[in-house]
Design a protein around this ligand. Structure first.
Ligand SMILES: Nc1nc2c(c(=O)[nH]1)N[C@H]1C(S)=C(S)[C@@H](COP(=O)(O)OP(=O)(O)OC[C@H]3O[C@@H](n4cnc5c(=O)[nH]c(N)nc54)[C@H](O)[C@@H]3O)O[C@H]1N2
Ligand SMILES: Nc1nc2c(c(=O)[nH]1)N[C@H]1C(S)=C(S)[C@@H](COP(=O)(O)OP(=O)(O)OC[C@H]3O[C@@H](n4cnc5c(=O)[nH]c(N)nc54)[C@H](O)[C@@H]3O)O[C@H]1N2
Ligand code: SF4
Ligand SMILES: [Mo]
Length: 748
């Protein structure tokens, strides 16, 4: 046995911790996965899910070959047959019924696969469908919209500089469990403890006293979906007390007076009854924040996936900006990824919104996509321009998107479906073909996305650990092969197209040597295959790159590969604005009209709305051993006490005759089922919590461990697909009105 150590980053969550894998390549065995002590960011830290990609690799139920649905089950078929048939069926539908007859859903794990993420552009462009959905609209889309309006780039996120902050306020995130999101920070527990050790404070506002809240100095209960009120009251307080300090943002910032005007009616008193946060508590928080040296405000999915998601997410940046904490050390700053993909383009681009609308209710697209919550109603549309085919890429909307059971029913009716996934799950079970990719152990990776969300700049290359099994394919190859067949091109010509497109973009940069042209860049980077050539081009042209010789000390892919523990690119940098802005005239328009309209049209009237205090509001929660819907077939994570319980305050339970451990009936506008109840004083009275990603109850047979050990119920069978954050089209999965009742005793 020849044991080798391979260093790479963990591909399972945003934190992207450094790992050291002991492997025997000859027998394709992983002997151990431990933290990489020499990774500057994670310093040996790993969580329970660090083993997940290995367990997935070994799971006997993971698909290794394409399967085709036949009477009575699934039949393995060869790649050529599968790809030919899929491309022919999709091609025929498109030729006969137009491009929008093919719908697509793009799931979260694509963001953890560099190659797939880069090449998706090709698939999107070729399909050019208006029926394009993604997990992003059950996640960060309000943040995208806010960033696009404020900074001109939907993917330029301000990230809390928690390592240098002395006052960290967390709203709608539970980083101790999620490991940080839009704040990729391995070992967040250590980082939060360090804030307190340097006499700083951690404050959490959450309807549940979450794991993060339990580790904080202060926790304030806030009613689900009301953060926008609280944050506008915070803005109100800043103006009322003359505490607005823009700092270096002042010379290029507009809209401050509009913020004063729009926040006028939102006094701490007027909003307290709505939010449940007393006016005095808000004043104290706002005052301490303004007085702290390096405070930062952070908001995540609990703020995005709610009724006023865009307003609340935008206000996070506004409060930071008005306190002089945006683009400042210890505040919220913009990462500078080595691949240069958040550099501003030469000219500002128009907003990527409203260029087409959904069929059923005329809802505007955002970033070329329709809201995932509208998937079922779009799939159900009848008539000549109806959806006839569906492609899913690594996603499980039947469990992860509101009213998933309606999506499942709709998928079962369409003419043709192909799933690019390696499990038969609640969604892919509806497909005619499932095309499984290699696993993360079988291909290289680069944390492309998470170098834009990290709390410290870094670059790390993850080498392939094992050669792919014979006759297996990578995700990007599978869909590029389909594109090739549908467009009559070859895989090679498509990869050339991708490369040439990137080179044309790169050549527009002023920071490259004179006389450099496409042929030279192609030749200089040609030793790297396909996607890795693209990575090399991006790195070399990027802000730390060798600029193809102009900056000989800079990085390229070979240098990155020679640094097995990754390259530390230092702390986030302040004062990147206005240069990093991609807005007209490089101005920071803090009060965009689109959001002001939403405040006037929806938030202001809601200030007067009568409140029904008997209705319970459902929120979600995450557990450290879960990853949305998809690690439940791993018995290592599935065993133990069920974590799919409804958390309820004892007071709410008692008044309904429900006791600890009882099954209760829970009902919303769109669904109803029984669920075991767990009582806790750590949830706000009037609020109940259920995790998402469970409900492995369809007996599809592809994940029998999940079905047996940890079936649970699907929270998304209760979440209303009719409710949206209107500006961004994001699902409202937090703050869902529900009724909970004791199960009636059987009559004698
Ligand atoms: N109620 C409620 N709903 C939510 C949320 C919530 O908080 N509450 N959270 C939302 C959020 S933030 C997200 S991101 C979405 C996630 O929603 P989805 O992306 O739809 O769901 P996942 O469970 O991540 O699905 C992952 C799928 O990808 C497949 N997969 C994983 N890795 C690979 C790979 O390498 N290759 C291939 N071929 N397949 C792979 C898995 O088999 C699985 O089928 O859920 C959202 N839904
Ligand atoms: N273990 C684990 N880790 C994960 C995932 C997972 O499924 N499991 N998923 C990954 C993904 S895809 C993502 S996007 C991230 C998400 O990362 P986070 O956003 O940190 O994760 P959540 O646990 O959903 O945190 C949301 C918090 O918001 C609170 N909340 C709900 N409604 C409201 C509200 O109206 N106002 C306020 N202020 N708070 C509210 C909830 O109680 C919860 O504590 O996690 C990632 N990491
Ligand atoms: S925190 Fe995330 S990246 Fe780090 S080991 Fe756990 S799953 Fe992997
Ligand atoms: Mo997510």
């Amino acid at each position: 046995m020849a044991v080798e150590t391979v260093y790479r980053s963990c591909p399972t969550c945003e934190a992207s911790c450094g790992l050291a894998l002991e492997v025997d390549r000859a027998t394709r065995q992983v002997l151990s996965i431990k933290g990489d002590d020499r990774d500057q960011r994670s310093r040996g830290y790993v969580c329970a899910k660090s083993q997940a990609f290995h367990y997935v690799h070994e799971d006997p139920q993971r698909l290794r070959r394409p399967v085709k649905k036949v009477a009575g089950g699934w039949q393995e078929v060869g790649w050529e047959e599968a790809l030919n048939d899929v491309a022919a069926r999709l091609g025929a539908i498109r030729n006969e019924h137009g491009k929008d007859a093919i719908a697509m859903y793009y799931g979260n794990p694509n963001g953890h696969n560099f190659h797939s993420q880069i090449y998706t552009q090709l698939l999107i462009q070729m399909l050019d469908t208006e029926r394009f959905f993604s997990a992003g609209s059950v996640d960060q889309q309000p943040k995208n919209l806010g960033c696009e309006l404020l900074y001109g780039n939907a993917w330029l996120f301000p990230i809390p500089d928690i390592d240098r902050s002395d006052f960290f306020v967390c709203m709608g995130g539970n980083p101790l469990v999620s490991q940080g999101s839009l704040m990729s920070a391995p070992d967040i527990g250590r980082r939060l403890a360090a804030i307190r050790a340097r006499h700083g404070q951690v404050v959490v506002l959450d309807p549940r006293r979450s794991e993060t809240a339990l580790a904080a100095d202060r926790h304030l209960f806030i009613k689900p979906g009301t953060d926008a009120f609280l944050l506008l009251a915070w803005v109100h307080w800043l103006f009322a007390g003359n505490r607005v300090r823009l700092g270096h943002l002042a010379p290029f910032t507009d809209g401050v007076e509009s913020l004063r005007t729009i926040s006028k009616d939102f006094t701490p008193e007027a909003t307290a009854a709505i939010t449940g946060v007393p006016a005095a508590a808000l004043r104290q928080l706002a005052g301490e924040f303004a007085d702290a040296k390096t405070p930062v405000l952070y908001g995540r999915t609990g703020l995005c996936t709610q009724r006023f998601g865009t307003i609340a997410s935008w206000l996070i940046d506004v409060v930071n900006a008005l306190n002089g904490r945006l683009d400042a050390v210890g505040g919220a700053m913009f990462p500078l990824p080595a691949t240069g993909h958040t550099e501003p383009p030469a000219a500002a681009q128009p907003l990527h919104r409203g260029r087409f609308r959904s069929r059923a209710r005329g809802f505007p697209e955002y970033l070329g996509m329709l809201p995932a919550s509208l998937m079922a109603e779009e799939l159900e549309c009848e008539g000549e321009d109806r959806v006839r085919a569906m492609i899913t890429l690594a996603g499980n909307p039947v469990l992860t998107v509101p009213n998933g059971k309606r999506i499942r029913a709709a998928l079962q009716k369409i003419e043709f479906m192909v799933a690019l996934d390696f499990y038969v799950n609640e969604t892919t079970a509806c497909a005619d073909y499932i095309l499984p990719s290699t696993t993360q152990l079988e291909h290289s990776n680069y944390d492309f996305m998470f170098t834009t969300t990290c709390v410290r700049n870094f670059a790390r290359y993850s080498p392939q650990v094992f050669q792919p099994e014979p006759d297996s394919r990578e995700q990007w190859q599978i869909f590029t092969d389909i594109v090739a067949r549908m467009s009559g091109m070859t895989l090679e010509s498509l990869t050339d197209l991708m490369r040439d497109g990137l080179i044309a973009q790169v050549l527009a940069s002023p920071a490259l040597p004179q006389g450099l042209d496409a042929a030279k860049i192609t030749a200089l980077t040609g030793a790297h295959p396909h996607t890795e050539q693209l990575l090399d081009i991006m790195l070399r042209a990027g802000p730390y790159g060798d600029r193809f010789g102009l900056n000989p000390a800079g990085i390229d892919l070979d240098r990155l590969k020679a640094a097995p523990h990754g390259i530390d690119l230092g702390p986030l940098q302040p004062q990147r604005l206005p240069a990093a802005l991609a807005t007209p005239g490089k101005r920071l328009a803090l009060a965009p009209q689109l959001i002001l309209d939403d405040v006037r049209q929806r938030l202001l009237p809601a200030l007067q709305e009568a409140r029904d205090d008997r209705t319970l509001l459902l929120i979600g929660r995450r557990h450290v051993r879960d990853m949305n819907s998809w690690l439940h077939n791993l018995h290592q994570y599935a065993r133990g006490k069920s974590r799919c319980t409804l958390l309820m305050h004892p007071q709410d339970a008692r008044s309904r005759g429900i006791a600890e451990g009882d099954e209760a009936l829970i009902r919303s506008r769109v669904g109803e089922f029984r669920v075991p109840v767990a009582l806790t004083g750590d949830i706000m009275p009037g609020v109940v919590s259920l995790p998402h990603g469970f409900g492995h109850r369809y007996r599809d047979g592809g994940q029998t461990t999940a079905e047996t050990l940890i079936p649970g119920v699907s929270a998304n069978d209760l979440v209303d697909d009719g409710e949206l954050d209107l500006a961004s089209g994001t699902s409202v999965v937090n703050g869902v009105p529900v009724e909970v009742r004791a199960v009636p005793a059987p009559s004698a």
